[in-house]
Write a protein that binds this ligand. Structure first.
Ligand code: HEM
Length: 408
C-alpha cells in the first residue's frame, strides 16, 4: 500500500502541495501504512470521524508525536529537571482529559472570548499601522505571527514583553514532538521546554498568592471547585498548551487564507465587496488549508478500520486535511466556494472529546483580521513569483514567510 501512496509530508514537493497524494490515498488505500514513520494514515472523512468519536479504541496519548522515535537519553535527562509528566490536554485520555477540560470550559467562557473582540481589532490596526504605508512586507512576520500571539498573551494574562521569549520557548516545546535536529538542538529545545514549564508554574503560584482576573486566575478558581482539583503543575500545562495551540494555528490560517484568496481568481474582490461572505470564506479556508493537517492516535486493541486490520498499539495519523477534501463528503471538494452549504462537515477543528476549545476565538480573530487586511492593503498581490515557503512541520500546514505587495 505504501507503494501506492508516497507519503512524505516533509518533502519539499509535498510541503508545497500534499493534496494529490491524499486524493490517491482516498481512492486506492484509504488507511495506509507509511513505514518510514511507523504510521497508519487515515485519509477518508468517514474513517477520520470513526477514530475521533471512539476515544476508547483510539487513545490520544502521543497525539502530537510525529516521530516514532523515543526522545534521546540526553533530552530525557534535561526534561527530568522539569516535570516530564506535566499533562497536556490534547494528548490525555479520560478521566484525566475531563479533569483538565472541565476547568477550561468553565474559565474560557463565550463572554471572555467576546470581550477580546475590541482588543483583537486594536492590535490588528496597530500592527497594520506599522507596515501598511510600506507597500511591501512579509505579512507572516509582521501580522500573522504577532496578532494571535498578542491575543493569547492578553487572554492568558502574561506581560507583552514576555511574548517573544514565550514564542521561542513554544517552538522548543513543539519541536520536541518531532524529535528532529541535532542532539544539541534537541537538548536546547528540552531546556527551553523546562523553562516554559517553570514560567507557568511560577505564574500560577503568583496568582494563587494574589488572585487576578485573567484566564490563569479563572482556571485556578475553576479547578478549585472540582471534586478532584488539578495540582498547580497539572494546571500549568493548560496555559502552556493554550498558548501554543492558540497562536501557531491562527498564524497558519491567516497566511494560508491570503494565499488561497490570491490564488483564486476574483476571490479577494468578492470578499471585499460582500462582508457577508467572510464567515463562509473562513470555514472554506480552514477546510481547504487545515492548519492542523492531522494529529495522532494509538489503538488500545486490535481493530478494523477502512477494511484494514490494525494491531493493538498501532500509531495512526487522523488526517483532517485529507478528510476535508473528501469528494464523497464535499461537492467539488477541491474548489474554494464561500457559499457552499456542506462546509459545516469539515473537521479542521477535530471532533469528539478533543474538539478544539479555541474554535470560537480562532473564528473571531480571523473574522476581524481578514477584512482589515483587505481594507488596509489594496490591490494585494505576491511581491515575487518564487515558490512559497511552507513551515517544515509534519502535521501542520502554514507559511514561514509571505512577501506581499499592495498600493500604499
Ligand atoms: C485556526 C485555528 C485552529 C485550528 C485549525 C485548531 C485545530 C485544532 C484541532 C484539529 C484540535 C483537535 C486535536 C485532536 O483531536 O487531537 C484542536 C484542539 C485544541 N485546540 Fe485548537 N485549533 C485552532 C485554534 C485554537 C485556539 C485559538 C486555541 C486556544 C485559545 C486552541 C486550543 C485548543 C486546545 C486546548 C485543544 C485541545 C482540546 C482537547 O484536547 O480537549 N485552538 N485544535
Amino acid at each position: 500500500m505504501s507503494d501506492v501512496v508516497a507519503f512524505d509530508p516533509l518533502s519539499p514537493a509535498q510541503r508545497a502541495d500534499p493534496f494529490p497524494v491524499y486524493a490517491a490515498a482516498r481512492r486506492d488505500a484509504p488507511v495506509f501504512y507509511a513505514p518510514a514513520f511507523d504510521l497508519w494514515v487515515v485519509a477518508r472523512h468517514a474513517d477520520v470521524l470513526t477514530v475521533l468519536k471512539d476515544d476508547e479504541t483510539y487513545s490520544s496519548r502521543n497525539a502530537l508525536r510525529s516521530s516514532p522515535r523515543e526522545p534521546l537519553p540526553e533530552v530525557r535527562a534535561v526534561l527530568a529537571a522539569g516535570w516530564p509528566d506535566m499533562p497536556i490536554i490534547v494528548d490525555s485520555d479520560p478521566p484525566l482529559h475531563g479533569r483538565i477540560r472541565r476547568p477550561i470550559t468553565k474559565a474560557f467562557t463565550p463572554r471572555r472570548v467576546a470581550e477580546l473582540a475590541p482588543r483583537i481589532e486594536a492590535i490588528a490596526r496597530e500592527l497594520l499601522d506599522g507596515f501598511a504605508g510600506d507597500g511591501e512586507a512579509d505579512v507572516v512576520e509582521r501580522f500573522a505571527w504577532p496578532l494571535p500571539l498578542r491575543v493569547m498573551g492578553e487572554l492568558i494574562g502574561v506581560p507583552q514583553e514576555d511574548l517573544p521569549w514565550l514564542h521561542e520557548r513554544s517552538r522548543d516545546w513543539l519541536s520536541l514532538f518531532g524529535a528532529t535536529g541535532t542532539v544539541e538542538e534537541q537538548v536546547a529545545a528540552a531546556e527551553g521546554t523546562v523553562a516554559l514549564q517553570r514560567y507557568f508554574v511560577a505564574a500560577l503560584e503568583a496568582r494563587a498568592a494574589e488572585p487576578r482576573d485573567d484566564l490563569m486566575g479563572a482556571l485556578l478558581a475553576a479547578t478549585a471547585d472540582e471534586a478532584e482539583p488539578l495540582t498547580t503543575v497539572e494546571l500549568a500545562g493548560v496555559p502552556l498548551d493554550l498558548l501554543v495551540a492558540g497562536h501557531v494555528t491562527v498564524t497558519r490560517a491567516i497566511g494560508s487564507a491570503l494565499v488561497l484568496l490570491l490564488r483564486t481568481p476574483g476571490a479577494l474582490d468578492e470578499l471585499r465587496g460582500d462582508p457577508g461572505l467572510v464567515a463562509g470564506a473562513i470555514e472554506e479556508i480552514l477546510r481547504l488549508e487545515s492548519p492542523a493537517q492531522g494529529l495522532f492516535r494509538e489503538t488500545t486493541r486490535d481493530v478494523e478500520l477502512g477494511g484494514v486490520r490494525l494491531p493493538r498499539g498501532a500509531r495512526l495519523m487522523v488526517h483532517f486535511g485529507s478528510a476535508n477534501r473528501d469528494e464523497s463528503e464535499f461537492a467539488d471538494a477541491e474548489l474554494y466556494d464561500p457559499r457552499r452549504d456542506d462546509v459545516g462537515r469539515h473537521v479542521a477543528f477535530g471532533k469528539g472529546i478533543h474538539f478544539c476549545i479555541g474554535a470560537p476565538l480562532a473564528r473571531l480573530e480571523l473574522s476581524i483580521a481578514l477584512p482589515l487586511l483587505l481594507e488596509r492593503l489594496p490591490n494585494l498581490r505576491r511581491a515575487d513569483d518564487g515558490p512559497l515557503a511552507y513551515d517544515p512541520i509534519f502535521f501542520a500546514r502554514g507559511l514561514s514567510s509571505l512577501r506581499l505587495a499592495w498600493d500604499a
